[in-house]
Design a binder for this molecule. Structure first.
Ligand code: NDP
Length: 400
């Protein structure tokens, strides 16, 4: 069918690459291009004997659009799948525009100095992508990603209008360390140390970090504390889903994680303000990343399950209706299949599916779109097929 260039070779990319290699009919060729080429070569060495997908590798600095343009021109992929960090989104989009290549990512652009979690920078590319006749699919991970597909599916099949969405992200996994992050620590810590917020009646309501706590009993996991966080898909879902009055995002955290985080915050280790240390400028959060366990190393030690999904409340045929769509994923099963834990797995699988939707022409619209703006049905089918089966509950316990 075609060729895909995958940028980045970290936790999420590794899963997406495994999945592309299981799906050689669509992914005839992939190029793994990242900052550290040895990681790309190691994956190629492991996977090439197991797959018909032809794997190539390259070194690239994705902060440099000219370098990307040259690489895209030499490989000529149908789609670029950006699995580097949010800081690289705009240079990669620039390179896609210059080469008229479709673009897919899993996280919105972030400037290095501030953590904003906003789509405005990427939405500003709409007209240019339309004119170039190419698609940018934004947020094809789990959250954002599957949560948007779930919302579009609920809207299409279950509701006339959706008034309330609660996105619940539960990680019941235990890696045995007192403190570690399940994905890129810099991104993770920026996310959880930011103020919380949700959208009510078209307006953002801001909370202190971790101010709003609820307890929920998750199927497959059990009872967990969860906290209201700001999350990027709130912004696009509030615009794209009809009738929204309130939309919130909750994530579970254990007490040990929160106590460590508070301490690190109090001593200044989570700051993104550069400081001078022995004559060299360092960013405390980046230094912290260097001393924490590599998320990729958590795979073999993490046991338990994740349960991520959305509770919808709205109206169907004039009557009130509640509906919960979720996926349960087992850390050890993921590890056995692709050598990664469930957090990378639940992001890497939808990333592959998003790229597949564009490559096969199943999703075809020139411009810049969030995932819920496409027909959810083929994506929902693919989730069942590629390792993230979903479950429905028509009488869920609601979050107050
Ligand atoms: P990792 O840190 O594990 O991997 C990032 C990769 O990008 C590394 O291989 C890194 O290279 C590479 N990279 C970083 N900077 C550059 C650069 N300038 N040029 C080329 N390559 C670069 O992160 P994750 O895999 O955990 O996360 C990947 C993305 O997925 C992030 O954007 C994250 O926000 C997103 N994400 C989305 C989720 C969702 O549900 N939507 C959930 C989890 C993550 P090197 O190996 O040299 O460090």
């Amino acid at each position: 069918m075609g060729k895909c260039m995958i940028i980045g070779c970290g936790g999420v990319a590794s899963v997406a690459i495994h999945k592309c290699c299981q799906n050689s009919e669509v992914f005839e060729g992939i190029m793994i291009a990242s900052r550290t080429k040895s990681k790309c070569d190691a994956l190629k060495e492991k996977l090439q004997p197991t797959t018909k997908t032809v794997i190539e590798t390259a070194q690239v600095n994705a902060d440099n659009a000219d370098e990307l343009v040259a690489l895209i021109n030499s490989y000529k992929p149908d789609v670029v799948l950006n699995l580097a960090l949010p800081y690289q989104d705009l240079t990669i989009m620039d390179a896609c525009l210059a080469t008229k290549t479709h673009y897919v990512d899993t996280a919105n652009y972030e400037p290095l100095d501030t953590a904003k979690f906003e789509y405005k920078w990427q939405w500003a590319y709409r007209e240019r992508f339309e004119k170039a006749g190419i698609t940018a699919l934004l947020g094809s991970g789990f959250d954002p990603g599957v949560t948007g597909v779930f919302s579009a599916y609920a809207m299409k099949h279950q509701f006339d209008e959706i008034n309330y969405i609660d996105i619940l992200d539960c990680n019941g996994g235990d890696h045995g360390y007192p403190f570690a992050t399940n994905f890129n620590p810099e991104i993770n810590i920026r996310e959880v140390s930011a103020k919380g917020s949700y959208i009510e009646d078209g307006k953002w309501v801001e909370t202190e970090p971790m101010e709003i706590k609820r307890v929920y009993n998750f199927k497959g996991v059990g009872e967990k504390d969860m906290y209201l966080l700001h999350h990027e898909e709130l912004e696009s879902l509030a615009l794209n889903i009809k009738g929204i009055k309130r939309i919130r995002f909750f994530m579970t955290f254990g007490q040990s994680y929160l106590t460590h985080l508070k301490c690190l915050e109090n001593v200044g280790m989570t700051s993104i303000e550069p400081i001078m240390y022995e004559g060299k400028e360092i960013v405390p959060l980046q230094f912290l990343k260097a001393v924490l366990p590599d998320p990729a190393s958590l795979g073999p030690r993490t046991v338990g399950k994740t349960n991520i999904g959305c509770i919808f409340r709205g109206k169907k045929d004039g009557k009130d209706k509640n509906y919960y769509l979720y996926n349960i994923c087992d850390h050890q099963e993921c590890y056995r299949e692709v050598g990664s834990q469930a957090i990378s797995y639940t992001t890497g699988v939808p990333a592959m599916i998003g790229a597949m939707m564009i490559m096969t022409g199943t999703w075809k619209k020139a411009g810049v779109y969030n995932i819920e703006e496409f027909d959810p049905d083929p994506f929902m089918e693919a989730l069942n097929k590629w390792g993230l089966p979903w479950e429905e509950d028509f009488d869920p316990v609601l979050v107050d």
